[in-house]
Design a protein around this ligand. Structure first.
Ligand code: NAP
Length: 263
């Protein structure tokens, strides 16, 4: 299938690792010029090199913290400065600390909201005008399947992520017909973040070992496998393309069927 993305320009936030990096890589393979981002300069430079190895377009690294409005302004300006346009925005972020429902204090709730929701709000605010002025823009927000399932071990994710899904739905109405906006809801994928989540579950005493935590999670997924970030990136890339032109305002689970939610 020709996705027709060759020569397009994409900004992928929080993309020096994990699902953001896999999404940037998949876009780059399709000939999209990508701007990638993260806070740690070395990690970002390493990711850019890894993506360049498979890219047929340009790969630009722009460091910055998504919780800093000035960094976000500079970040969104970069693809426009480099390529004169911005067609696709893929938002990722770090994850919140996994906690039980009554554990987080006020600051921890606000920090999670700042990282997961306000990071998307700020980037979209800066990017919307550029996305609108092209031949068909798209936004894909990487959220979490936690937005659909009551995750007692990660209350910040289950609670705060729903606001990102709501934001994308509203944007899908407000920015149409120029821009489509969707959320993707990953279940477990093999990234550094996943290692942190399993290690935290062991520390809380829920499992005796990392292997036991991982095996228990695999057993709860109907396809009995942890997600491959590269396949996840391919799904994001499809959603960015015109071939997904009828998919708008959706929250697409990519979780191997783990969630019990019907809708
Ligand atoms: N992996 C999974 O199984 C899974 C499942 C469900 C949901 N998710 C969610 O998907 C998102 C990405 O997860 P992942 O597995 O890809 O995590 P990851 O491998 O740990 O990557 C996180 C990325 O975000 C960057 N980052 C973190 N905080 C940032 C900030 N304030 N400003 C700019 N960049 C920042 C990190 O780079 P620096 O640290 O250098 O800034 C890194 O590039 C997270 O929100 C996670 O909760 C993941």
């Amino acid at each position: 299938m020709d996705l027709g993305l060759d020569g397009n320009v994409a900004l992928v936030t929080a993309s020096s690792s994990g699902l953001g990096k896999a999404s940037a890589k998949a876009l780059a393979r399709e000939g999209v010029h990508v701007v990638i981002n993260g806070r740690d300069e070395q990690r970002l430079a390493d990711a850019a090199e890894e993506i360049r190895a498979v890219a047929s377009g340009d790969v630009i690294a722009q460091s910055g913290d998504l919780t800093d409005p000035e960094d976000v302004e500079t970040l969104v300006a970069r693809p426009v400065e480099e390529f004169g346009r911005l067609d696709h925005l893929v938002t990722s972020a770090g994850g919140p600390t996994p906690m039980r429902p009554l554990e987080p204090d006020d600051d921890e709730w606000y920090e999670a909201f700042d990282l997961l929701t306000m990071s998307v709000v700020r980037v979209v605010r800066e990017a919307a005008e550029h996305l609108r002025s092209g031949d068909g823009g798209s936004i894909v927000a990487i959220a979490s399947i936690a937005a659909k399932r009551a995750d007692g071990g990660n209350v910040l994710s289950s609670s705060v992520r729903t606001s990102v899904v709501g934001l994308e739905k509203v944007l899908s109405k407000d920015l149409g017909p120029d821009v489509r906006a969707n959320a993707v809801l990953p279940g477990v994928h093999e990234t550094p973040r996943l290692q942190d989540v399993f290690e935290a579950a062991v520390e809380r005493g829920e499992y005796d070992s990392y292997e036991e935590a991982k095996a228990a999670r695999v057993a709860s997924i109907p396809v009995e496998q942890i997600g491959d970030p590269d396949a996840f990136g391919d799904a994001v890339t499809f959603l960015c393309s015109d071939r997904a032109g009828q998919i708008n305002g959706a929250a697409v689970p990519i979780d191997g069927g783990e969630s019990d939610s019907i809708f």
